[in-house]
Design a binder for this molecule. Structure first.
Ligand code: ATP
Length: 271
C-alpha cells in the first residue's frame, strides 16, 4: 500500500482511514470499507452503541490490531499499515493503568522513556508540565495517594508526552463522579486549546461530546461502513456555560434525533 497516491486532503489530515475492514476470527465484521479523514488539530468524538467496535477501532489505530483491508495514516506516525504497534500515537484507555509502584513523575515519564528519551530529560519535561496540568507537587506521590481525576490527569500527561500528534481517548472520564467529570472536561478543553493535538474521543455522553468537539461522529450502520458527522459550530473557548446556550440545545436536539433514527434502524436491521 506504500506506493499509493496521497491526496492533498490526506496530507493535511491528522488521521486518514481508507477502506478499513476488520473482523475478529469467526465473527461478523465490525468495519467494512470505512473511510475517515480528520484534519490536524481537530477534536472529534465518536458516539456509538455499546459493542459496535469503538475500542477495536482505537486498537486498530494504535497498531495493536492489524486491519483485514485498508490503510490508516497518522500525521507524524511511523508506518501507515503493517506489523507492530504504531509510534506517534497517544492512547489513553478507560482505566488509568498507572503502575502502582511508580511515582507520578515516573508514571508520566514512561512514555518518553519508551520513545528513547533519557530518564533525566523525561523527568524534567514532566516536572515542567505538572503545574499546567493541575498536578503541581504530586511528583513523589504514588497512584493510590491520588483522586480518580488526578490519576486520569497523570494518565493523560503520559499519553500527551509519549504520543505524537494524535491522541486517542477511550471514555477517559466514564468512571468519575459527576462533579469531577465536569471539572475534567474544563481541564481537557484548556489543555487541548494550548497544545492543539488531534484528538479522537470516545464517549457515551452526548453533552460531553458536544461540549468538547469540533465534530461528532455517529456510527450509523452495523458493520460500520460510515460515520455520520455532526459539525459542532459553537465558538471557543467553551465553558460549562456553553451547555446552556440555545445553539448547544439545538445541536443536542439534532444529535438525539439522529441517534433515535439510527437506533431504530439498527434494531430493525438486527431483528
Ligand atoms: N478479542 C476479541 N475476540 C473476539 N471478539 C471480540 C474481541 N474483542 C472484542 N470483541 C467483540 O467485538 C465487538 C466490539 O467490541 P468493542 O470493545 O470494540 O466495542 P465497543 O463499541 O468499544 O463497546 P463498549 O462501548 O461496550 O465498550 C464486541 O461484540 C466484542 O464482544
Amino acid at each position: 500500500m506504500s506506493g499509493q497516491q496521497v491526496t492533498v486532503e490526506e496530507r493535511h489530515a491528522g488521521l486518514s482511514i481508507k477502506g478499513l475492514t476488520y473482523r475478529f476470527d469467526g465473527e461478523e465484521p465490525l468495519f467494512e470499507g470505512l473511510d475517515l479523514d480528520i484534519p490536524q488539530g481537530q477534536f472529534v468524538s465518536i458516539v456509538a452503541a455499546s459493542g459496535m467496535g469503538k475500542t477495536t477501532l482505537f486498537r486498530l489505530l494504535a497498531g495493536l490490531l492489524q486491519p483485514n483491508a485498508g490503510t490508516i495514516r497518522v500525521a507524524g506516525a511511523g508506518q501507515g499499515h503493517g506489523q507492530g504497534s504504531r509510534s506517534g500515537i497517544g492512547y489513553m484507555p478507560q482505566r488509568d493503568c498507572l503502575m502502582p509502584w511508580r511515582t507520578v513523575l515516573d508514571n508520566a515519564a514512561i512514555g518518553l522513556e519508551l520513545a528513547g528519551v533519557s530518564k533525566r530529560d523525561a523527568r524534567s519535561r514532566v516536572l515542567e508540565l505538572l503545574p499546567e496540568l493541575g498536578l503541581a507537587g504530586t511528583e513523589t506521590k504514588y497512584p493510590h495517594e491520588l483522586s480518580g481525576g488526578m490519576r486520569q490527569r497523570v494518565s493523560f500527561l503520559r499519553s500527551l508526552l509519549g504520543g505524537g500528534e494524535l491522541l486517542l481517548l477511550d471514555e477517559p472520564f466514564s468512571a468519575l463522579d459527576a462533579m469531577t467529570r465536569v471539572s475534567m472536561q474544563q481541564w481537557l478543553l484548556q489543555v487541548w486549546e494550548k497544545h492543539r493535538k488531534t484528538i479522537l474521543f470516545i464517549t457515551h455522553d452526548i453533552d460531553e461530546a458536544l461540549l468538547l468537539s469540533d465534530r461528532v461522529l455517529i456510527a450509523a450502520t452495523r458493520p460500520i461502513t460510515k460515520l455520520e458527522p455532526l459539525e459542532v459550530e459553537l465558538p471557543r473557548p467553551r465553558t460549562y456555560e456553553t451547555t446552556l446556550d440555545e445553539r448547544f440545545v439545538a445541536l443536542k436536539r439534532q444529535l438525539l434525533s439522529q441517534l433515535g433514527r439510527i437506533t431504530s434502524t439498527l434494531e430493525g436491521g438486527n431483528s
